[in-house]
Design a protein around this ligand. Structure first.
Ligand SMILES: Nc1ncnc2c1ncn2[C@@H]1O[C@H](COP(=O)(O)OP(=O)(O)O)[C@@H](O)[C@H]1O
Ligand SMILES: Nc1ncnc2c1ncn2[C@H]1C[C@H](O)[C@@H](COP(=O)(O)O)O1
Length: 224
């Protein structure tokens, strides 16, 4: 059944899914798009020409990778706009700068000049009135241990071989980042509160929460 109609979710809605690597964004993107009959926008991991190289040598490839991701996400943003919304997006553009680029700069694996070049490009592209922000960002959170286990189970060698310290640092940064994020409304979900793998039905209460959240934020926006 199309839950979008049941819960009166506008068909131009754009939902973006945020959260650390392995937390379950792609799984949520598929389940939600399926339930709402929306299109999906995924990060391309297998065809990314820099990702493997990046995991082997952060310093050498972090700038190239950030530019690649920025270009890819911007193209996706354009596609979403051209369709007039009705999308679930796997990972937000805000995480590229707020988590990844910042972390690599602060940890010394991206140099200052590259970081400044990247952030000025990001700001020119994203921090403009012409850039449409999503209607909702769903932030998925879970314990570090659960996430490390998921990374192992999923089995991308480049991630499995990365030291745990990297994921620990990222996990802590995500908590800090989401507590200050204000580019669009945020709905937080904990991975212990649903199980999309073993119980497909568990998407419905999530859709219900999304609907009530969207109706509230849209009403609030109409009032101001
Ligand atoms: N609710 C869940 N319960 C158990 N495992 C899950 C759940 N959601 C996702 N996973 C598993 O966790 C791993 C990472 O999920 P994925 O959606 O690829 O994460 P992300 O896109 O955030 O990196 C995958 O192996 C996936 O099957
Ligand atoms: N902006 C990014 N910088 C570095 N690495 C990134 C960035 N965006 C995604 N990634 C990596 C992290 C994962 O290894 C893959 C896919 O992410 P996932 O959270 O599994 O969807 O790309």
């Amino acid at each position: 059944m199309n839950l979008r109609k049941k819960y009166e979710i506008p068909n131009d809605t754009v939902i973006t899914i945020a959260g650390t690597v392995g937390v379950g964004k792609s799984t949520m993107t598929n389940a939600l798009a399926n339930a709402l009959d929306f299109r999906t926008s995924f990060e391309k991991v297998d065809t990314n020409p820099y990702l493997d190289k990046f995991y082997n040598d952060f310093e050498r490839w972090s700038f190239h990778l950030q530019i690649y991701f920025l270009a890819e996400r911007f193209k996706e943003q354009k596609r979403i706009f051209e369709y007039g919304g009705g999308f679930v997006q796997d990972r937000s553009i805000y995480e590229d700068t707020g988590i990844f680029a910042k972390m690599h700069y602060e940890k010394g694996t991206m140099n200052k000049v590259d970081y400044e070049t990247y952030t000025s490009l990001f700001e020119a592209m994203v921090l403009t009135p012409y850039f449409p922000h999503p209607d909702l960002l769903i932030y998925i959170e879970g314990s570090l241990d659960d996430i490390l286990e998921r990374i192992q189970v999923r089995g991308r060698p480049m991630e499995q071989q990365t030291p745990i310290e990297y994921w620990k640092e990222m996990h802590a940064r995500y908590e800090e980042w989401i507590n200050h994020f204000n580019a669009c409304p945020v709905l937080r979900l904990n991975i212990n509160d649903y199980d999309l793998i073993n119980n497909e039905e568990s998407i419905e209460p999530i859709v219900e929460r999304i609907a009530s959240f969207l109706h509230q934020t849209r009403k609030l926006r109409l009032k101001v």
